[in-house]
Ligand binder design. Structure first.
Ligand SMILES: Nc1nc2c(c(=O)[nH]1)N[C@H]1C(S)=C(S)[C@@H](COP(=O)(O)O)O[C@H]1N2
Ligand SMILES: [Mo]
Length: 516
């Protein structure tokens, strides 16, 4: 009997239970905060805000993490990590408060305050909404704590503890919180879906300056090769936003200002009413590895950037064009690159459809010959004519090169690296790109053999990739195939191996094929 009582009263068990309750009520607090955020203007979400802050802060860490942030960041994992962090924080608070239960609400308040500070991105519009949702979370956690804790404290003098009731209450709280977070997630997805529903009803005007008609020979006859024009649903997606911003076209506008005579603000309809152009352009991410697939080609429609700039009267001292997204992300490129007349566009349609939400709905920028991180602002809301001294774009402040001109690159798509093949004729195919310069020729090499000319598919234009094919007389054994391209002017692609950071990878793409 005494042993049981002693065990009941040992502080270890007590603290462990307090930690469990702390974790649960923190989880419940977070769920309530997220739920409350849904009904506030701007829909502040503590988890999303913290995730965005982490993504924004990441580049200060190791370079690999930096590349991961521009490249393929595992966002769902980040959300799970943040929720686990809050639960863990709750457990620590519970454990600390085991002996003094009245401390817990204060500690939850401190925890909430820290969360609020971490989540706030300096945008004053968010500060109040965030404070409100955090306050709701802290209140719910504190109330739940005071409900659950007295019952779960072993009290040798008072009435016996109904452990089962406590367990039931705790279980219910955990389940309710999990369900709430699920509902919040679905509701947030729903807001993207609602924007998407509006998007599909929008009518895209006929382009005054249409893209030239495509030949059917732009995609070579190689089984399994992806088409030369990338369907929107297969187009790579890179951004630092946790969920794509949901923009209401009815209230959206684009402001062009900075060092200009007459700043201008356009609504969606204003922009669609302007004479538009349509072009095929290949977009590439600077963090694409050799052989990687962060590259795609689409037909973009929009208004010529220089037409818009002519309307506002740009001052001579405005050396940089800065694009700002509704989510605060910025890109910047030298205004002088527009002098060659390239087809830089403020885009509202992709492959003949209103721009998909994840590719920047309602409006984005596309500049041929520049990597996405210096040019392709999605969810565009401002074009500012400025200088590098006045404004530092998002990735430049994180160590990435401010020279965003494209490197030449080539890739073998078929057969895939490591797949077996039968001896005899094997169809090899792939693509090469050097946007705004143009692909002149492509060569293939088997093992250390001579470079042989591949057959180029029909061109689309100098601003897009060019597909190629090659018939390989494959012999048994393990072989390495390597590809390289030459520009239109004959310049050969560099074989120097270089990682993506801080300014685009370089090196030749090779695959290994086992021929039987
Ligand atoms: N608002 C916003 N725009 C952005 C980015 C971003 O993180 N946020 N990423 C840029 C980068 S790095 C690239 S490569 C392209 C990718 O465009 P896509 O996702 O449509 O392929 O968008 C650019 N525009
Ligand atoms: Mo990118």
């Amino acid at each position: 009997m005494t042993t049981t009582l002693e065990r009941e009263a040992t502080p270890t068990i007590d603290r462990r239970r307090a930690a469990l309750v702390g974790a649960l009520v923190a989880f419940a607090g977070l769920a309530s905060a997220e739920l409350f955020g849904l009904v506030l203007p701007g829909r502040p979400s503590p988890v999303t805000f913290v995730a965005d802050r982490i993504i924004a802060a990441m580049p200060d860490g190791p370079r690999e993490a930096l590349i991961g942030a521009v490249g393929t960041l595992d966002k769902p994992l980040l959300v799970v990590g943040i929720v686990l962090g809050v639960v863990l924080g709750g457990a620590v608070i519970g454990r600390i408060s085991a002996a003094r239960q009245s401390w817990a609400p204060w500690l939850f308040a401190v925890g909430g305050m820290v969360g609020w500070l971490v989540a706030w991105d300096g945008n004053s519009a968010d500060i109040l909404g965030l404070a409100l949702v955090v306050a709701v979370g802290v209140t719910v956690a504190s109330l739940a704590w005071t409900r659950l804790m007295p019952a779960s404290t072993p009290d040798t003098t008072g009435p016996t503890v109904d452990r089962r009731a406590v367990l039931r209450a705790a279980g219910f709280l955990g389940l309710a919180s999990a369900v709430t977070l699920g509902v919040v997630t679905i509701a947030r997805r729903g807001s993207t879906a609602a924007v998407d529903a509006v998007r599909t009803t929008l009518k895209i005007p006929v382009a005054a300056d249409p893209a030239k008609a495509l030949s059917s020979g732009i995609t070579p006859d190689v089984p399994g090769i992806a088409p030369a024009i990338t369907p929107a649903e297969d187009f790579y997606q890179i951004d630092v936003a946790l969920t794509p911003p949901s923009v209401d076209v009815a209230t959206w506008s684009l402001t062009i200002d900075g060092r200009v005579d007459k700043p201008m603000t356009l609504t969606y309809n204003d922009l669609l009413a302007m004479p538009s152009m349509e072009r095929y352009v290949t977009l590439t991410c600077v963090s694409n590895d050799v052989g990687g697939d962060l590259v795609g080609t689409a037909k973009w429609q929009g208004v010529r950037l220089t037409d818009l700039l002519a309307k506002v009267g740009v001052h001579d001292d405005a050396t940089m064009v800065l694009g700002r997204s509704v989510d605060g992300f910025t890109v910047g490129f030298p205004r002088s690159i527009l002098d060659d007349g390239r087809d830089a566009m403020v885009v509202y349609a992709m492959n003949g459809e209103p721009l998909p939400v994840k590719h920047g709905f309602p409006v984005r920028m596309v500049v041929p010959g520049l990597y996405g991180y210096v040019s392709a602002t999605k969810w565009l809301e401002q074009i500012k004519l400025t200088t590098p001294a006045e404004d530092v774009p998002f990735w430049f402040s994180r160590g990435w090169s401010d020279d965003g001109t494209i490197e030449s690159a080539s890739r073998i798509d078929v057969p895939r690296d490591g797949t077996p093949a039968k001896a005899g004729t094997v169809a090899v195919g792939g693509r090469a790109w050097h946007q705004h310069t143009g692909v002149g020729s492509v060569e293939i090499r088997v093992d250390d053999g001579p470079w042989e000319k591949a057959t180029l598919a029909d061109p689309i234009g100098v601003d897009t990739w060019r597909l190629w094919s090659w018939q390989w007389a494959a012999t048994a054994g393990q072989h390495t195939l390597t590809v390289r391209m030459h520009d239109i002017d004959g310049t050969v692609q560099s074989d120097a191996q270089r990682p993506t950071f801080p300014g685009a990878s370089s090196g030749l793409h090779s695959i290994v094929v086992n021929v039987a």
